[in-house]
Design a protein around this ligand. Structure first.
Ligand SMILES: Cc1ncc(COP(=O)(O)O)c(C=O)c1O
Length: 395
């Protein structure tokens, strides 16, 4: 197996652990921030209100804009990503759509990696053409293909590794190319999290997350966040955030703050169990290929300080995929990932979703691909479950 820690001198896990356990934002001495479950914040006088509206005084006005619990979450994510600022959203898709639409308009073009998350693809294919915004898809692992597509584009949309196929992109190389053309670069970093990849350090402008995944980590919240420079986040605030209205709720922000505290503890477990299962699948006679970044020789691996627990594998023709999925007992059948529980999704079913607007079908993902989310259960229990499911699914 290849080296798991391509950045040997950076201890992201230790750094995140101290950062996330330490809460000094509230004066009361409480170790957990309160949930500010309020829609608005009132002013003591006309002068306070006028100064706040004029930007001379900082105070939350209305929770569609700012809320202290949400701001605490935003501060944490910004610190983890090494960003100046962050903005929380009601979902990963709210973060993605508000970010993209803040930087492109009618007549503009986006260059996106093929095999990006399915609903990001559907946003690009369904909504953006109605606004006269075009999206070209490239094999993000090929810098020449990206370089050829970039001239004239406004935004480069990355996701490393990509959904379902787990292809990598060389972040320093691609962001250098984008910068030469004055193009803003965004990345969906939900898979690696800032504990295992810090894209801003490699030139990415805006880092997007579905916080519903590892950041929350307990499958109890749908949320999103974007992190970047103060100027870029200001632009999102001014152009889309307040008007599209996809704000994060204080209670969800609080759940995320709770989830974040254990992120540096959860990830090494997901990584270890994920690698164990990947290795055993690779050696299994019913598996043709394992799509896990650990097996890649692509330079994009250099920015990953570790691996999480989501990957896919392709089974041989004599495996009855529905029977395999139904035979699993610890792996539940479901779409999301990044939580405590193990999950399975066969590409065969996903390929039937939204016919005509399906990136997996368009970019040739094999129907023999099965994606697994390796949760926090005992790894030997998980492997026994997979082994018996193979036994029960022989054609
Ligand atoms: C890689 C990736 N990005 C973004 C999203 C969208 O996030 P959300 O479901 O929080 O809107 C998902 C959701 O599954 C995802 O897998």
């Amino acid at each position: 197996m290849n080296d798991h820690r391509p950045i040997p001198d950076t201890d992201y896990i230790a750094e995140a652990a101290t950062l996330l356990a330490h809460d000094d934002a509230f004066d009361s001495g409480a170790v957990v921030p309160p949930i500010y479950q309020t829609s608005l914040f009132t002013f003591g006088s006309y002068a306070e209100m006028a100064d706040t509206f004029a930007g001379k005084r900082r105070q939350p006005i209305y929770s569609r804009g700012d809320n202290p619990t949400v701001m605490e979450f935003e501060k944490r994510v910004a610190a983890l990503e090494g960003a100046e600022a962050a903005r929380g959203f009601a979902s990963g898709m709210a973060a993605i759509s508000a970010t993209v639409l803040a930087f492109v308009g009618a007549g503009d073009r986006i260059v996106a990696v093929r095999n990006c998350y399915g609903d990001a693809y559907r946003l690009f294919e369904r909504l953006l053409p109605r606004l006269n915004i075009k999206v070209d898809y490239v094999d993000g692992s090929d810098p020449d293909a990206v370089a050829a597509a970039l001239p004239g584009a406004k935004l480069l949309y990355l996701e490393s590794p990509t959904s379902m196929m787990f292809e990598l992109q060389d972040l320093p190389h691609l962001t250098r190319l984008a910068r030469e053309h004055g193009i803003v670069t965004t990345i969906d970093n939900s898979w690696a999290t800032p504990v295992f990849q810090k894209p801003i350090a490699h030139g990415v402008d805006l880092v997007l997350h579905s916080a519903s995944k590892y950041l929350g980590g307990h499958s109890d919240t749908v949320a999103g966040v974007v992190a970047g420079s103060a100027d870029h986040i200001r632009r999102i605030n001014e152009q889309t955030y307040s008007y599209l209205g996809g704000k994060l709720s204080p209670f969800d922000a609080w759940l995320l703050l709770r989830g974040l505290r254990t992120l540096p503890l959860r990830l090494p477990h997901h990584m270890k169990s994920g690698l164990t299962i990947a290795e055993r699948l690779k050696a299994h006679g019913k598996v043709e290929r394992v799509n896990h970044p650990v097996y890649s020789n692509h330079p994009g691996k250099a920015t990953l300080a570790g691996y999480t627990g989501l990957f896919s594998f392709e089974v041989t023709d004599d495996v009855d995929i529905p029977a395999f999925v139904d035979a699993l007992t610890y792996f539940r059948i479901g779409v999301s990932w990044g939580g405590h529980e193990s999950l399975v999704v066969p590409a065969k079913a996903s390929l039937e979703q939204t016919p005509g607007v399906n990136s997996m079908a368009r970019f040739g993902v094999s129907p023999r691909t099965i994606r697994v989310n390796i949760g926090l259960e005992d790894v030997e229990d998980l492997w026994s479950d997979i082994a018996q499911a193979f036994e029960k699914s022989k054609k």
